[in-house]
Structure formats: structure tokens, C-alpha cells
Design a protein around this ligand. Sequence first.
Ligand code: GLN
Length: 235
Amino acid sequence: MLKYGITLKGGEAMSEPIKIAYLYEDLMNTYGDSGDVKILRYWLNQAGYQVQVDNVSLAADFNAADYDFLFFGGGQDYEQTVVARDLLRHKATMQAYIEAGKPMLAICGGYQLLGDYYKTSGGQTIKGLGILPLHTVFKADSRMIGDTEFETEYGTVRAFENHSGRTYFDDPKLKPLGKMVQGYGNNPEDGVEGLHYKNTFGSYAHGPILRNDNIAQAIAKLIIENHQARVGVPA
Ligand code: GLN
């Protein structure tokens, strides 16, 4: 039993590794977001599971249904433009994955690309996946940078943000991941951070965010449950 009342066990009997798809790892990895994947690997190993991480980059074959977890890190505007062009190929399997309640974490630029569009610093509009009803607009005059703290259903999360994109929800039913205590989060007006839709999490929190054990363990638990459902739990 780990902290936060989450029991992570059952991996000893499983032969197939937990499979994580790291979307565009080589292009989308600002401010150490790859640490999120390393931290999850740690917790999943602690629970007795082997973990395989696949870098799904430009032109790669990819079917979200083959994975137990999707991770999409942050990126600069230029890289986002390149990634967005390739990403749209995967909309159908990613949408089915997200709607089925399978776990995903998308940070900053990755989070922005789950939405309808991102209007960049150059005034260019990047088409996002359009899976979640949100959009992002770059504002050059006030970059949101610094330490953040927000309250989530898992407890307090402390992190770091650095973005000029302001994200707005286009459906009032969409729920944020947390309420800001310090920093900006989605935008300077709404006082909320990120997104929590089914088992998909979006966030502006770098640091990496999963250095916060509460949310890291909650996501590790979701991954294990999804893995067990995918490969079948031995009797
Ligand atoms: N380029 C985006 C912005 O500035 C995302 C930045 C990031 O992912 N770190 O809003």
C-alpha cells in the first residue's frame, strides 16, 4: 500500500509489459516533461510491472488501442506546427481511446493540441485534434511563467508553468483539473488549471507535474486497471 490509499499490486503475475505511447517525444518535451514518463515507470515497476515506452514520432504507425497509457508533452510553437500536421492521422484511434475512458496525460503544447485549434505567436492557426471542446490563443504581451499551485480531487499539486497560449473551454460541461491557488493555469481569467475528462488529463504544469505523488499514483492506478482490462487479469 502506497501513500494516498492506493494499492498498486498484481504485476508479478503478468507477463506482458505495460505499454506507454510517448507521442512525439523527440519534438514535444519542454521543461523536463519526459520526467512524467520516468516517474510513472518507477511507480509501475514498484507495483511489479515491466514497462515498455514507445516513441511515436512523425510518420510512425500508431494505434492508440494497443496502449495502456498515452503521454503527450509540451512543445514550442514551431514544433507544435510540425507535430500538428502529422497528428491528425491519429484522431480516430485517439478519440476512441479517450472516449473509452482510457488514461492519457497531455502537458502544455500537447494539451493545447487535444483541442480545436491553437492560434500561434505568428498569428497562424494550428488545427488541433478537435477531440475536446477547447481552444488556445497566443498572447505575446503577457507570458504566464512561474510556480503554480492548484487544488485537485487528488490533493494539492505544485508545479511550474511557462506558456503564452491561453486555453478556453468551449463547453461549460468540461471540467478543469484543478482550481488555482498560485499562478495562471489555463488563462488569466478563469482561475482554473488544466482539464479532466473521463481519464484524460490536460495540464500546463511542468516540473514535471508527476513529482506530485498524489496525482502520479492516481494515474499509475488507472494505467494498471487499463492494462489489466486490455490483457486480461490472470485467474
Ligand atoms: N508553445 C505553447 C505556448 O507557449 C506551449 C508551450 C509549452 O508547451 N511549454 O503556449
